[in-house]
Design a protein around this ligand. Structure first.
Ligand code: NAD
Ligand code: GDD
Length: 404
């Protein structure tokens, strides 16, 4: 990218956006950063950036905000999304779908501003669920997104927005680029509260055990499910490379180092210097049984792929979370770190972002509500209606509590 471009980053108060802003600033570019969260909740605040924070100036669901931040921009990086790990996306499908407003308004504003590039952060959650039923999965190649059977809620929204990028490129000539991130981890990201993903959650749980001296850990599922995890530095490098490449179709951006969740726990234990008694919570949100990134295409196009080893990345992540944890909790209060602040209205409940009382836990699988279409549709529809109504009544408090 030539010197001194104006770069817009949405979701800049979040994990990846904060790192991306740091990268572009250090490369000498002007950064316009936006996030719905107030500035004091951003993971990284870059004083050299032009920061648009909070629900009035930073909410990218609002077209006026999108227009204001895109004016004069050369490149737009659309990272804003209401998202999290499995504990969040399985329990908040409507909120995940609402990110369609952010994506739609940002792409429209970018088109109107005539930007050179529009980057969209998609996800491995777009891949067909039938291809992820086995922990010993064949790595997912780009074509495996179709026929469409993505992660319910979050994955459908990502797949829709990917296609919007394609059609804006084909019909309006907007230079869109799309990467499908596979589980990204590292310092300066969510590590508690319910939105955290497995690497941060496992680090936090091991640290809680170390700090409290209570040598046990709760693991969601039976620990045999597999994933690949990409370190943040590789993610930032990949975003930059893909945006400035001629890769027009959505492409995997992920590590191909496949591990089971048990192996992830082994690594965190080794870093923490402990061995913990493992308890498996089989009814917690698990997502797919296995997922890995096939990096054939990215290698072909860029002669590069994410290469930070999980051991090295987890070491840095663990150290950062340890600092956050010990600044906030003591041996006596360590157990409070597993409280989720969004799953049950505004009232925090123990359980790591997992709401065991949710009716949806039993009735929903990969998009198909059990009992849907049964006599009178009673099981699926009636239950769903009740739960949605109950949530709606508490919406404002819940949204506030859900923000970090
Ligand atoms: P994050 O939650 O840390 O950051 C997202 C940010 O978007 C948050 O700070 C949030 O406040 C902000 N946001 C939400 N709604 C907004 C709105 N209406 N207007 C402005 N800002 C809003 O998540 P992240 O890990 O940094 O993810 C960044 C992007 O990458 C997201 O689009 C996400 O779906 C995608 N992604 C991330 C991963 C991962 O493992 N981290 C994997 C796949 C895809
Ligand atoms: N979050 C979390 N917390 N997951 C746990 C825990 C825990 O304490 N213990 C075990 N797990 C298991 C989950 O049950 C799941 O099987 C696996 O670890 C991975 O969980 P997550 O990291 O939460 O999510 P994911 O890999 O299924 O999906 C994530 O990555 C996608 C991209 O690859 C999500 O962050 C998606 O939003 C993202 O798009």
């Amino acid at each position: 990218m030539p010197k001194s471009k104006t770069v817009v980053i949405t979701g800049a108060g979040g994990f990846i956006g904060g790192h991306l802003a740091a990268h572009f600033l250090s490369a000498g570019h002007k950064v316009v950063a936006a996030d719905i969260k107030p500035l004091d909740e951003w993971y990284q605040v870059h004083r050299k950036a032009q920061n648009h924070a909070g629900p009035v100036k930073g909410d990218c669901r609002d077209f006026k905000v999108c227009r204001a931040i895109c004016r004069g921009a050369d490149e737009v990086y659309q990272l804003a999304a209401d998202m999290g790990g499995m504990g969040f996306i399985e329990n908040n499908k409507a909120l995940c779908m609402l990110s369609v407003l952010t994506n739609t308004h940002m792409i429209l504003a970018a088109q109107e501003a005539g930007v050179d590039r529009f980057f969209y952060a998609s996800s491995a959650c777009v891949y067909n669920a039938d291809k992820q039923k086995n922990p010993n999965i064949t790595a997912l190649k780009e074509a495996d997104a179709y026929p469409g059977l993505p992660e319910d809620g979050y994955g459908w929204e990502k797949l829709f927005s990917e296609r919007m990028c394609r059609h804006f490129r084909e019909d309006f000539g907007l230079n869109t680029r799309v990467a499908r991130f596979h589980n990204v981890y590292g310092p300066e990201g969510t590590w508690e509260g319910g939105r955290e993903k497995a690497p941060a959650a496992i680090c936090r749980k091991v640290i809680a055990a170390v700090v409290s001296g209570k040598h046990e850990i709760e693991i969601w599922g039976d620990g045999t499910q597999t994933r690949s995890f990409m370190y943040i530095d590789d993610c930032v490098k990949g975003i930059n490379l893909i945006t400035h490449s001629n890769i027009l179709e959505p492409i995997n951006l992920g590590s191909s180092e496949l591990v089971s969740i048990n192996q992830l726990v082994d690594i965190a234990e080794e870093i923490g210097g402990v061995k913990l008694q493992r308890r498996y919570k089989l009814d917690a949100p698990k997502g797919v049984a296995g997922r890995n990134s096939d990096n054939t295409k990215i290698q072909q196009y860029l002669n590069w792929e994410p290469s930070t080893t999980l051991r090295a990345g987890m070491e840095r992540t663990y150290r950062w979370i340890y600092e956050q944890f010990t600044a906030k909790y003591t041996a006596k209060t360590a157990h409070k770190s597993s409280i989720s602040t969004f799953t049950k209205g505004s009232h925090p409940i123990p359980g790591d972002g997992f709401n065991p009382e949710s009716k949806f836990m039993e009735t929903w699988t990969q998009g198909i509500p059990a009992g849907y279409g049964s006599a009178g549709g009673a099981t699926g529809r009636k239950r769903a209606g009740k739960a949605v109504g109950a949530k709606r009544g508490k919406a404002p408090a819940k949204r506030k509590a859900g923000r970090r």
